[in-house]
Design a protein around this ligand. Structure first.
Ligand SMILES: [Zn+2]
Length: 294
């Protein structure tokens, strides 16, 4: 299977910005790690594609987190991405599932909910991270981020993302595009773009047919110029030391209570579902260190 990647490009002689990606393999990895249902895979996959593409809008060590806090039964969707194509993500209740909606599509809106907030946190190396937010307007994710870009970042955008899930819950296709208008884009370009977006049809169906990000982009804009291509990979930065630090932050009373009750602590990383065991002697060490500071 072809590796996932994203491209950053311009169209119409630099008048619009375009990003496109495939995230099929990434989503297969996340589906296996988290055991997501078909409906949740669709919700997570759409968010993962948007996060991966937004990562390419940044550079160097910059990182961003997308949080979809809907009022639906799936709970929260959290996706981390960076400028180097590293992506991870999870959903609070991965097994929530529904029958297809009236259009025969996975009922993402029902799992996510139709009210709530979207948060975008960008760590751009400053003391305080940038945080943008907007309301959930549909629960279908693509429309919600279209609204986010327009409202919170004042950038008129079109977002098309989709996921196709197989009967065995593996991911057949995942990916999408983001088109953003630079200030002063002429009316005729906007009209043409709208026609091309409609003409493209279902983006996940195109990816299932084998369309690459470049081929998707070529269908969406004239005079396509590709500026960057980045491989996308699942990556979680958790490790034993980080988990020990998380336990330290619980404080002395809590650590002593764990020692009394369970002797050791089992911690699961939300992002990758890896389990870490922090052993008795480590907990005792933490407890000693905390006694010294509290
Ligand atoms: Zn992890």
């Amino acid at each position: 299977m072809m590796k996932d990647y994203a491209i950053r490009a311009t169209g119409y002689g630099g008048k619009v910005r375009l990003l496109a990606c495939t995230t099929t393999q990434l989503m297969n990895e996340l589906q296996k790690r988290h055991g997501t249902s078909a409906t949740v895979s669709a919700a997570l996959g759409r968010t993962v594609s948007i996060g991966a593409m937004m990562g390419l809008m940044h550079k160097g060590r910059e990182k961003l987190t997308l949080q979809v806090h809907g009022d639906g039964p799936a709970g929260r969707i959290i996706v981390d991405a960076d400028a180097n194509g590293n992506v991870r993500g999870y959903v609070t209740n991965p097994q929530v599932d529904f029958p297809p909606n009236e259009h025969g599509k996975l009922d993402v809106k029902r799992a996510v909910g139709t009210t709530g907030m979207i948060y975008v946190v960008k760590d751009i190396g400053m003391k305080e991270p940038y945080q943008g937010s907007s309301q959930i307007v549909s629960g279908e994710i693509g429309e919600d981020f279209t609204y986010y870009f327009t409202q919170s970042e004042q950038t008129p955008s079109a977002v098309g993302v989709g996921v196709i899930v197989d009967k065995d819950l593996s991911i057949k296709a995942s990916g999408g595009f983001i088109i953003q208008l630079f200030p002063g884009t002429e009316e005729h370009v906007i009209t043409e773009l709208e026609q091309k977006i409609t003409g493209l049809g279902n983006v996940s169906a195109k990816i299932e047919q084998g369309y690459t990000p470049e081929e998707l982009a070529a269908e969406l804009v004239d005079t396509l110029e590709i500026l960057e291509k980045k491989e996308l990979n699942f990556s979680c930065q958790c490790n034993h030391d980080r988990i020990v630090n998380v336990i330290k932050k619980l404080g002395l009373a809590e650590v002593q209570s764990i020692l009394e009750k369970e002797q050791q602590s089992e911690v699961t990383c939300n992002f990758c579902n890896e389990k870490y065991i922090v052993e008795k002697h480590e907990l005792e060490q933490i407890s000693k260190e905390l006694e010294g500071t509290e």
